[in-house]
Design a protein around this ligand. Structure first.
Ligand SMILES: Nc1nc2c(c(=O)[nH]1)N[C@H]1C(S)=C(S)[C@@H](COP(=O)(O)O)O[C@H]1N2
Ligand SMILES: [Mo]
Length: 321
């Protein structure tokens, strides 16, 4: 039975269909694999209902941005919110959805500081309810060679950066995820150095395609997708899209991002999607679109080259990894 709650983040497991019921049902189904097809379909729907019930407050009004990717099938709410990379909740693809049910993103503030004239503490409620939000449908290409199409809701990062007035010496933007092992169970293990850090060159951050996303499918973000605010840079590998941001700093030197720090010969700073530069352990020439069977060719800059290639003129794209 589903009980509506006004603030989804206040929902306890007992208020909605308990996750344990779903899990027990799934374990039961695993034992009856022969009947699995029909039962699985029912369970998928039930799960999507649960998630929708818990999945954020409606965001309004939302204009569709002309910068949206059109003509491609958008992934389902279920795909987008249950197949995730978010090591703060665990390293498995279904860990973020499973381990985030009690995570309450609000209240939340983001410190915006460093080489700026007007440092500020941004209350995320302001972002959610007082700023002009747009829907942006973007492809997302993970460095692990899978992809999705996601209808984000957010605002251009440039709008936020302009409001703090970056100084002339500011050349890069550094982003930091919340460090709180009590709320992020995955942070109790040192799989990577916490907090997760990412960075962009200031001109990349000011590019119109770069957004701070606060929602998807017209609702505020699920914790698994980086609630309440995460970065989205669709021409770069997914790991640049840092989640649950608490600090944005304008800095002079190129920040050391988490994946470069962790495995420098496999992951770099720019991380522009590039089908001609293979990962040391796999090809980047093609990708698996979640929900499809045959592989797709990966596109240079994930298909956004017309608008972003000029950011890198004169640079060796092979060194862009
Ligand atoms: N803080 C943080 N941000 C993160 C990650 C993470 O583990 N921690 N994973 C990244 C990776 S590898 C990808 S592909 C995207 C996945 O975003 P999604 O789960 O919303 O599809 O988030 C990125 N942002
Ligand atoms: Mo990724």
């Amino acid at each position: 039975m589903l009980i509506r709650v006004t603030e989804p983040w206040q929902a306890q497991e007992r208020d909605v269909t308990p996750e344990t019921t779903y899990l027990n049902r799934r374990q039961f189904m695993a034992g009856t694999a022969a009947a699995g097809v029909v039962l699985a379909a029912g369970s998928q729907t039930a799960r999507a209902d649960i998630l929708r019930e818990k999945g954020g407050t409606p965001l309004d009004p939302i204009g569709e941005s002309p910068l949206s990717t059109t003509g491609e099938k958008v992934n389902s709410f279920e795909d987008i919110t249950t197949y995730n990379n978010f090591y703060e909740f665990g390293v498995g693809k279904d860990d973020p959805a499973q381990n985030s049910s009690s995570f309450k993103p609000l209240p939340w503030t983001i410190a915006i500081d460093g080489l700026v004239n007007k440092p500020m503490t941004l209350d995320v409620e302001t972002l959610l309810h007082k700023m002009p939000l747009e829907q942006r449908v973007y492809r997302m290409r993970c460095v692990e060679a899978w992809s999705m199409v996601i209808p984000w809701v957010g605002i251009p990062l440039k709008t936020i950066l302009d409001s703090v007035e970056p100084q002339g010496s500011a050349k890069y933007v550094r982003f930091e995820t919340l460090y709180d092992p009590k709320r992020f169970v995955g942070q109790n293990r040192q799989v990577i150095h916490w907090p997760y850090v990412e960075g962009l060159r200031l001109d990349e951050a000011n590019h119109p395609l770069a957004i701070l996303a606060v929602g998807l499918y017209g609702r505020s973000l699920m914790p698994a997708n980086g609630a309440p605010v995460r970065l989205v840079t669709p021409w770069k590998y997914g790991f640049k899209g840092i989640k649950s941001i608490v600090r944005i700093s304008l800095v002079e030197k190129q920040p050391l991002n988490t994946w470069q720090e962790t495995i420098a010969d496999e992951y770099g700073f720019y991380a522009n999607v590039n089908p001609t530069v293979d990962h040391p352990r796999w090809s980047q020439a093609s990708e698996r679109r979640i929900g499809e069977f045959s592989k797709r060719k990966t596109l240079m800059f994930n298909g956004y080259g017309d608008s972003v290639a000029s950011l890198y003129s004169g640079m060796d794209l092979r060194a862009n990894y």
